[in-house]
Design a protein around this ligand. Structure first.
Ligand code: FAD
Ligand code: EPU
Length: 343
């Protein structure tokens, strides 16, 4: 009889994190069927159990002892009468496959989020976002297993405390294992095309009346051009969040550096700066120390040049943050989770 989960001992995590950090876990528990999650936890719950998605937003500073993954990837859809679909997806579905699945079924709204690495289950954790859309704009509900209370729980959108690259799941790390995410997707395309470069990309492809799939393809082309591919050189995408500062501080800095990009946050009294610009203008683009460094293609991406440890990557991050703080007085904060380490 199938138990719905599988256990491996002394499992290498090198291929399971996009930095390619070469560490191993004593135990890896793969949950293939979410109906078996409770049984898997009954057998393998421990204080140091870490839930891993695709490893695209983690730095293993020291290896976790025990790792669980949710591989269940089922998708279901209910039509609601108001022209929307309620699409429910299990945590283990790879995010980009899910986006393509929705577009193929004409469930619209995720096209700008194509090609973001990771799993559906991790998508609410940092409220993934790109090209003018954040996942909080599309989430109805998040279902999870609460390890503290040992019971399933559901959070409606407003209970998730979403904000830029943030949510309640990030503030209580390891408490909730997200099992399913429910999205509100539309039968009618409502395209978001204002993010820099998207209209140009469509125009270059000769498309004047884009369909959602055209937008996804334009995003894929932009991302492929701009970001280093983790299959070629280990990285976790943006290493730092774009800093949000008081309007007064941001305006004063902008007066000193007129070509520095300054963006609105949607919240009065604050503005968002570009961490990439700050890093490049602090002279750190292409910086290398040991086996790690800053990408020479995109200043916000730290890379593993081969054989880097998590400690080396964090050391480079500290060098970068110090250089930016010394020149501009702006503190940077890492976006990926540092497992077994602190900022
Ligand atoms: P992991 O890295 O495995 O885990 C991250 C955190 O989430 C960990 O704390 C983990 O415990 C927790 N977690 C994972 N699964 C669950 C679950 N089911 N329940 C509860 N907690 C869970 N992010 C963006 O927002 N926008 C981008 O444009 C973007 N571009 C990227 C480009 C590249 C090349 C890379 C490598 C990364 C990029 N990222 C981007 C970051 C990353 O893709 C996202 O943060 C993604 O959601 C991480 O998913 P994951 O499954 O890999 O999570
Ligand atoms: N820039 C530089 N030097 C560089 C690269 C960029 O100065 O080497 C400047 C340019 O002025 C550019 C600006 O930075 O206009 C912004 O760059 P980009 O459009 O690439 O966006 P980003 O701020 O670097 C953010 C997200 C990405 C997301 C893109 C697209 C964060 C931390 N990062 O990147 O998300 O894909 O916008 O929406 O918010 C991630 O979170 O891992 C991630 C990749």
């Amino acid at each position: 009889m199938r138990s719905g989960f599988r256990v491996s001992r002394h499992a290498s995590l090198k291929a399971l994190n996009t930095f390619g950090i070469d560490v191993a876990a004593e135990k890896l528990v793969d949950v293939e069927d979410l109906l078996a999650l409770e049984a898997a936890l009954d057998a393998h719950e421990s204080q140091d159990l870490f839930l891993l998605g695709s490893g695209s937003n983690v730095v293993f500073v020291s290896p976790p002892n025990a790792v669980m993954r949710i591989l269940d990837n089922r998708v279901t859809c209910e039509t609601s009468e108001d022209g929307y679909y309620r699409v429910r997806c299990a945590a283990g579905k790879p995010w980009h496959d899910f986006v393509m699945h929705t577009l193929e079924h004409h469930w619209y709204g995720l096209e700008n989020l194509a090609l973001i690495p990771g799993t559906v289950g991790a998508s609410p954790v940092q409220n993934i976002g790109a090209y003018g859309v954040e996942i909080m704009d599309r989430i109805l509900q998040v279902d999870a297993w609460d390890r503290q209370r040992r019971m399933p729980v559901s959070f409606l959108h407003d209970a998730c405390d979403f904000s830029y690259r943030d949510s309640r799941f990030k503030h209580e790390p390891d408490r909730y294992f997200i099992t399913h995410v429910e999205f509100k997707l539309s039968a009618q395309p409502r395209l978001v095309l204002d993010y820099a470069g998207i209209r140009d990309e469509l125009q270059d492809a000769g498309i004047s009346a884009p369909a959602p799939m055209d937008v996804a393809r334009a995003v894929i082309r932009q991302r492929t051009r701009k970001l280093p591919d983790p299959a070629v050189i280990g990285n976790a995408g943006s290493f730092f969040k774009n800093p949000i500062l008081s309007t007064a501080f941001a305006d004063a800095l902008a007066a000193e550096y007129p070509d520095m990009p300054v963006n609105r946050t949607g919240q009065p009294g604050s503005k968002k700066l570009s961490a990439a610009w700050l890093i490049e203008n602090a002279g750190m683009k292409g910086y290398t120390r040991g086996h790690a460094g800053v990408s020479d293609r995109h200043a916000l991406v730290l890379v593993n040049h081969g054989g880097a440890s998590g400690i080396e990557i964090v050391q480079v991050a500290r060098d970068v943050a110090e250089a930016v703080e010394a020149k501009f007085g702006v503190p940077l904060h890492p976006e990926p989770r540092l497992i077994g380490g602190e900022w």
